[in-house]
Write a protein that binds this ligand. Structure first.
Ligand code: FUC
Length: 752
């Protein structure tokens, strides 16, 4: 009976609000993803053996280090001279020798690595089962597992509560005394288990990369059984013949909370003394306060009511199911709310807060040359501005180290961050000059500081981050040099993120250069934002004037011999024309330098650039291309990219330039799993439906033909506006714009 009610509920829920499966997960990329902004949980839903991978966002090895080469600035003039002379290969060799970080950089134990907390394993006697369902309901943020075994119906419900700061998992059977299991926490290293009262405690220290102990952590598991017998030993908590049992897990780290020991105790007491239904309702209603701000309806394809993996397979087989895009969009918002709450202590990393390894790919760090930014691209437009805060708070904390790095390498004032960072605020160049010498990480982060203001018009906030914006601009005022041919101001040295060109002098693949297009677009945007911010705040007129005049002299974005947007100051050939990074289109998104409306020639060149790069890529690159096509108002191509992002993948080995898609649980496959693609795909859907700049809102700028009719409510436009729009046959049937100044905004309708 209960099973049929639950099933009916699942089926009647919108196809765009549930991720579900008819079998337990055998790999993490099939599991149901839960999170409360700090604690992440991946529920496998196994019958005889349940595995829940647990995370706490402060599980970071490593420790603060000084990775700057204090004397690096002494070689700067020579590196610059070589670049001015066109001796780029020699400049790269010198950069590699003297202008990278001190020590092993991202390969070092002190840089550290984000890692899993460990596993909760629950072993039960049942093995055989029928009627299995595992449903993640995005609206309530509850994962439900149901099945029949030995004639009884089993129901389990799991959620990660933000108000209670706990993960909660209830086991029930409709047969009296039908719940028996043994539950324990485990971790492959640096963990000691003990019993406290009847609770199972797992604690330890991570590796700091020095002789000092690293981050301390502690997790506490409590089981409360209704009926039956409960015993706790260091082998686990055993429950025999209960009618139901509830598992509570709380965790903390010294990185996130100096008082984590006491708080994990308090939280478990509070959670376990609150009735389950109330805990669940509080968690769901808190989640809905974010989730229900936006509603998207798109037409359903024939497979819309099928399990998620079948939907992905149908999409790959050619079926058009726009509601699958709505599901992906909703799942992205769900992940944002689950991974980055307004008070989350850390921004989401490459895996959000959902890592199953000790050695996460790329250390599960904050990559500053697209990845962490992409994680936060959907925040403002999808009405989750407050979920942006963990990143916005993090950025100014890079300034102190970034100032040291600016001085050591460039003899410059202000602050800089290069390609990678971590909770230890690493700002030095990376260990390989071909990717590590890109110095635009800090400027790229500043786009977020400004965009939060552009959407909210919160002046007090802008005042609080102005020194950080100003400091980034100050760095460039000192760092820019005049290139010899045109007298433009350019960055030097640098590279176009991770890409390389054929060096005309040596015929070799080289990355280092001066003034790559992306740097110039970044600096132009940063300078523009600093000018705007100081004007809005009525401060700093002299500094503003300096920034304004330097901005005029920056190397412009230009069109090259293929009709493409040039990626470098010279029109070099790429070593790999299909390279995953397309940084030279930064001006198209997130910046607003290249646009169909205002720079049609550059927009045409952007299209050629995208065509030359091709559609395939790793997950985040496919998502970025979807956004780019949306910005070019090409809804068909944006949809084609989204459909590629929904290509089912089970591969987990690192791929560099192709093969991205979606895992069966909808997490993004780079591959491996990398969460940026989820957020990029979410931002892409938003850009297809609404684009805005100051004083202007464009409705449905990139609507694909098959999204014939639909509606979206609650999207945000720049200027503090909230937008609802409904359409039929590609034409707007109704729209509403709310917010101060809504009556003055220019509204643009979709192209016929
Ligand atoms: C950059 C990308 C890779 C990957 C890594 C985390 O190096 O080029 O594809 O996303 O970051």
């Amino acid at each position: 009976m209960l099973l049929s009610i639950l099933l009916a509920q699942a089926m009647s829920t919108e196809a765009s609000d549930i991720v579900w499966s008819t079998s337990p997960a055998t790999r993490f990329y099939e599991s149901s993803v839960l999170g409360n902004g700090r604690i992440g949980a991946m529920v496998f839903g196994g019958v005889g053996r349940e595995r829940v991978v647990l995370n706490e966002s402060g599980m970071w090895s490593g420790s603060p280090q000084n990775a700057d080469r204090e004397d690096a600035h002494l070689v700067l003039p020579e590196i610059r001279r070589l670049l001015m002379n066109g001796e780029n290969a020699a400049a790269e060799a010198l950069t590699q020798k003297n202008f990278v970080c001190e020590g092993p950089g991202s390969g070092g134990a002190q840089y550290g690595c984000y890692q899993t907390f460990g596993d909760l394993v629950v072993e039960s006697p049942q093995k055989e089962f029928t009627d299995y369902r595992r449903v993640l309901d995005l609206d309530s943020a509850v994962a439900t597992v149901t099945y029949r075994s030995g004639g009884a119906l089993y129901t389990r419900e799991a959620f990660a509560s933000a108000p209670a700061q706990a993960f909660v998992y209830r086991y029930r059977s409709d047969r009296k005394g039908g719940v028996s299991f043994r539950a324990k926490l485990s971790r492959p290293e640096r963990a000691s288990a003990s019993i406290l009262g009847n609770d199972f405690v797992l604690q330890g220290h991570l590796d700091s990369g020095t002789s000092e102990p690293g981050v301390a952590y502690r997790g506490r598991l409590r089981v409360v059984a209704n009926g039956g017998r409960l015993t706790a030993t260091p082998e686990g908590i055993r429950v025999e013949n209960a009618d139901e049992a509830i598992l509570y897990f709380t965790a903390g780290t010294s990185l996130n909370d100096p008082d984590f020991h006491r708080n994990t105790d308090l939280q478990i007491e509070q959670a376990s003394s609150t009735p389950f239904e109330r805990l669940k309702a509080q968690s769901a209603s808190d989640h809905r306060g974010y989730y229900r701000r936006v509603e998207l309806e798109l037409p359903q394809g024939p497979s819309a009511s099928k399990p998620t993996l079948d939907r992905l397979i149908a999409n790959a087989g050619g079926e058009e199911d726009p509601s699958l895009a709505a599901l992906y969009f909703n799942f992205g918002r769900y992940l944002l709310i689950s991974g980055s709450r307004p008070d989350s202590p850390q921004p989401t990393n490459l895996q959000g807060i959902w890592a199953e390894e000790l050695r996460t790919p790329w250390n599960g760090d904050f990559h500053l040359d697209v990845n962490v930014q992409m994680n936060y691209w959907p925040t403002e437009a999808t009405n989750l501005s407050d979920c942006h805060r963990p990143l916005l708070r993090f950025i100014p904390t890079l300034v102190a180290n970034g100032q040291k790095t600016a001085k050591a390498y460039y003899g410059a004032r202000g602050w800089v961050a290069h390609v990678i960072t971590n909770p230890w605020r690493f700002t030095s160049p990376g260990e390989s000059s071909n990717w590590g010498s890109f110095s635009g990480g800090g400027a790229w982060l500043c786009d977020h500081l400004w965009s939060h203001y552009a959407y909210t018009l919160d002046k007090a906030y802008l005042r609080s981050v102005y020194p950080t914006l100003r400091g980034a601009a100050e760095f460039y005022l000192d760092m820019l040099v005049e290139e010899p041919k045109q007298g433009w101001l350019v960055t030097s040295p640098s590279n176009s993120p991770e890409n390389s060109y054929i060096d005309p002098g040596t015929g070799k693949g080289v990355s280092n250069c001066m003034g790559p297009t992306m740097d110039m677009q970044l600096v132009r945007q940063l300078f523009g934002n600093v000018v705007a911010a100081s004007t809005v705040l009525g401060v700093d007129p002299e500094f503003r004037a300096k920034v304004e005049s330097a901005r005029e002299r920056l190397a412009p974005t230009r069109v090259g011999k293929h009709g493409q947007i040039m990626e470098w100051l010279e029109d070099y050939e790429e070593v790999d024309p299909h390279h995953r990074h397309i940084s030279n289109l930064y001006g198209l998104y997130p910046a607003d330098e290249i646009s169909v409306d205002h720079t049609p020639e550059l927009a045409k060149a952007a299209k050629i650039t995208l065509e030359r790069r091709g559609d395939d890529g790793v997950g985040w690159a496919i998502a970025y291309k979807a956004i780019y096509w949306a910005r070019l108002h090409d809804g068909e191509h944006a949809w084609r990219m989204l459909r590629l992002l929904l290509n089912p993948v089970t591969e987990t080995d690192i791929r560099y330039d192709k093969g991205g898609g979606a895992y069966p649980n909808l997490l993004d496959a780079c591959p491996p799993f990398q969460i940026d693609g989820n957020f990029g795909g979410t931002a892409a859907v938003a850009e297809m439906l609404l684009q805005s700049r100051e004083g202007e809102v464009r409705l449905l700028p990139a609507l694909p033909k098959s999204w014939t009719s639909g509606s979206v409510k609650g999207l945000k436009a720049r200027g503090g506006l909230t937008v609802d729009v409904a359409w039929k046959d590609g034409a707007v049937t109704d729209y509403k714009i709310k917010g101060r100044g809504a009556d003055k905004v220019r509204v643009l309708m979709p192209n016929p």
